[in-house]
Design a protein around this ligand. Structure first.
Ligand SMILES: Nc1ncnc2c1ncn2[C@@H]1O[C@H](COP(=O)(O)OP(=O)(O)OP(=O)(O)O)[C@@H](O)[C@H]1O
Length: 271
């Protein structure tokens, strides 16, 4: 009799253990499957291992984990091939270098391995420029195209980083705190864009968030990392209960619904 077969679609990591020196940060974790077409949040307190998990899944930290993406075994690929399929956008903002935004985008596209997986039959230089402009337009920043990266604000650089990541056309996007430098308008705008692009291109999108209200209202699923283990996964409203918020985040909180049905976390104090 066959055992239960791993899900072929989506992104799954199994037996993921990461140690820094003698300290075990992730202990035989199984994460996923994160399905295509859905936006999933990876949540947990500071230091719980969210970045470590994402970096290990992306192959940037050595690990013996088995990682599959839509049936392909990422663990057996070269880092270049793996990154072309499964892209990690770090928490740190893109470097503040003296380079026009448009050139930074084109360079990222050319070094991504994108051309190998999606041979752009006869793609002209003008098409490459147009593709970079399109991805800036997607994030509402085409006017920054000729501005130098070192003349941008933190939030503008974060938007350029997101435009760069999407322009590489990966199958899976791992975004580490992609809203951290953005104002309220841009946080919601970026979440809308990510939801639309994820559905339209059947991307696997996983993002680390600290804003539980955005997780509650704008993601399809959440995964909670706590003390080296994934302790809950599922729909945001099912997982983010007062009990979980007390045990994981050490806050006394209620999860309430506004008149429009949107949910929000109301914190009364810490425990
Ligand atoms: N390069 C490293 N060397 C040693 N320890 C590390 C290293 N990177 C992370 N750690 C430790 O691993 C643990 C998990 O860190 P990680 O950055 O993955 O957490 P996180 O959940 O992303 O945190 P935050 O929400 O604060 O960004 C922390 O205790 C951290 O101190």
């Amino acid at each position: 009799m066959k055992g239960s077969a791993p899900s072929v679609t989506g992104l799954t990591a199994t037996h993921l253990t990461v140690r820094y020196g003698k300290r075990t940060v992730l202990d035989d974790v199984t994460a996923g499957p994160f399905p295509p077409g859905k936006v999933c949040a990876l949540l947990g307190p500071n230091g719980s291992g969210k970045s470590t998990l994402m970096r290990a899944v992306a192959g940037l930290i050595p690990s013996s984990a088995s990682v599959t993406l839509n049936g392909a075994d990422l663990s057996r690929m070269t880092l270049t091939d793996r990154t072309a399929r499964c892209l990690y956008l770090p928490q740190a903002l893109p470097a503040s270098v003296h380079l026009p935004v448009l050139e930074a985008l084109i360079a990222a596209r050319q070094t991504s391995g994108h051309a190998r997986f999606f041979p752009a039959s006869g793609m002209q230089e003008t098409d490459t420029v147009q593709a970079a402009l399109d991805s800036l337009s997607l994030f509402g920043i085409p006017h920054l195209a000729m501005q130098s990266m070192d003349e941008l604000s933190g939030g503008q650089r974060q938007l350029v980083g997101l435009a760069q990541a999407l322009s590489r056309k990966p199958e899976a996007l791992l975004l580490d705190e992609p809203l951290s430098a953005l104002d309220l308008h841009h946080q919601f705008a970026v979440m809308d864009i990510l939801r639309r692009e994820t559905a339209a291109h059947q991307l696997v999108t996983v993002l680390v968030l600290h804003d539980l209200n955005i997780a509650l209202n704008m993601t399809d699923a959440v995964t909670i990392l706590h003390q080296g283990q994934i302790i809950a996964s599922g729909s945001p409203a099912t997982v983010l209960t007062p009990d979980l918020l007390r045990d994981v985040y050490r806050v006394q909180a209620r999860v309430e619904a506004g008149a429009d049905g949107r949910k929000f976390v109301s914190v009364g104090g810490i425990v």
